[in-house]
Design a protein around this ligand. Structure first.
Ligand code: ATP
Ligand code: MG
Length: 434
């Protein structure tokens, strides 16, 4: 026998047992985003590699180590060959699409997207090679009001999902110019302590010194703690923006913790950055992260346009829902239709379609694949349906159908088939009330 082919490590199936939680999550998010006036955008999963190099930054973990690139192929129309990559994140593609379609020219936009992202990381709980993000991006809104709105949306989503123990970490990185000046201070400081740096940090000192602050190496903790504080070097406008954001959050009653070491792994951020973190998922505790990226649109060839957004990791949030025992509504069928015998099958399949025509939203599962009455009854039980509809040769001859409640008490009754369309919704409603 041929050897089974397995899925790729870090890339998972979401099996039928798990999809109700995903659908519940997706529906809740979609309704919430809609309620704040955000529109969905869908981008390709593959983009030119250069897009991510330019947007995310050449010396970030994502671009240096984590990106899946594809062999480039000559366009059949004879266009230029270019490198392609599976998207590691959504912001770059969203900005590219916005510029390309003229969506962020002289107008505000509030956009969201959802879908798979790909990063070649070491797989572990809450960290995968294919994972799902819901991302939200806003354009041409410069003030802290939109930063605050994005944070409020996160807080509301956790509340609606029933999630607890997620707290907000907040920081400001200042403008790109202010950060440049701070960067020089950092380089000076870390160079003076060069012997204490680990290999990664030595490399970052030359390429991206701010990322040293983000190190996960405990041996560097003291050194990092004593580094110059970004907040003492914020430009005055960024400081004002940050103060106003805090004021708005206070007004909405959203708690936060200011964390001056929060720098985020991507190059494109400026001013506000934030993370929603839980301690219930071990070291993969960040469930949502975002911030302001006022320079990115211009960097990708658009007009200078302020922007702010976030992305959440859906797998981590689903893990948290599980860990916190959050029940998701199940999609059990209303009715399972049993059809024993050829005449019953012929009549039953027609009745099923009539019921679907007449009762909007009806969830009806028909027995397929034959089987005697007992086998079909077992399938009906296993389906978790509220009712079994039962058609055998006798019922067909009498133009009747049996209706048996499968949960709780209640006896089987027989109805004339002609009354089914009228009676079934009433019986379903009565069963709901119990
Ligand atoms: P981390 O520090 O955990 O690697 P990150 O800073 O690389 O996260 P972002 O690029 O900000 O993550 O992505 C936003 C969110 O997407 C993260 O907060 C996380 O919830 C989720 N995420 C990122 N990478 C992965 C992954 N490999 N597997 C699952 N979820 C992920
Ligand atoms: Mg990462």
């Amino acid at each position: 026998m041929a050897k089974n082919i397995q899925s790729i490590r870090g890339m998972h199936d979401i099996l039928p047992d798990a999809t109700p939680a995903w659908q519940y999550f997706e529906k809740t998010v979609r309704t919430l985003l809609n309620g704040y006036g955000y529109s969905e955008i869908r981008m390709p999963i593959v983009e030119q590699t250069d897009l991510f190099k330019r947007a995310v930054g050449e010396v970030t973990d994502i671009v240096e180590k984590e990106m899946y690139t594809l062999e480039s192929r000559q366009d059949t129309e004879g266009g230029e060959a270019f490198g392609m990559a599976l998207r590691p994140e959504g912001t770059a593609g969203c900005v590219r699409a916005g510029i390309q379609a003229g969506l962020i020219f002289n107008q505000q936009q509030r956009l969201w997207y959802a879908g798979p992202m790909f990063r070649a990381e070491r797989p572990q709980k809450g960290r995968y090679r294919q994972f799902t993000q819901v991302g939200v991006e806003t354009f041409a809104i410069a003030g802290p009001d939109i930063d605050a709105e994005l944070i409020a949306m996160g807080a509301r989503l956790w509340k609606q999902l029933g999630l607890t123990n997620i707290h907000l970490e907040l920081n400001s990185l200042g403008t790109l110019e202010a950060r440049q000046a701070y960067r020089e201070l950092l380089v000076e400081y870390f160079s003076a302590h060069h012997e204490l740096l680990d290999e990664d940090s030595k490399r970052r000192l030359l390429t991206n010194p701010l990322r040293i602050l983000d190190t996960k190496n405990p041996a560097m903790r003291d050194l990092v703690a004593a580094a110059p504080n970004l907040h003492e070097h914020l430009d005055s406008e960024s400081a004002e923006h940050f103060a106003q954001l805090q004021n708005l959050l206070d007004g909405m009653g959203i708690p936060y913790r200011i964390n001056p070491r929060l720098v985020r792994g991507l190059d494109y951020y400026s001013r506000t950055v934030f993370e929603w973190v839980t301690d219930a998922l071990g070291s993969q505790g960040t469930v949502c992260a975002g911030g302001r990226y006022d320079g990115l649109v211009e960097q990708l060839g658009g007009r200078p346009t302020p922007a702010c957004g976030f992305a959440m990791g859906v797998e981590r949030l689903i893990l948290l829902m599980e860990a916190q025992g959050i029940q998701t509504p199940s999609a059990a069928p209303d009715v399972f239709l049993i059809m024993a015998g050829d005449a019953a099958l012929r009549a039953g399949m027609a009745i099923a379609e009539q019921l679907r025509d007449a009762i909007p939203g009806l969830n009806l599962v028909s027995n397929c694949g034959g089987g005697n009455f007992k086998t079909q009854m077992k399938r009906a039980d296993k389906s978790n349906a509220h009712f079994a509809l039962i058609l055998g040769e006798n019922e067909v001859q009498r133009a009747e159908i049996g209706l048996k409640p499968l949960r709780g008490s209640g006896e089987q009754i027989n109805l004339p088939i002609s009354q089914l369309v009228e009676q079934l919704p009433l019986l379903m409603a009565a069963a709901q009330q119990q």
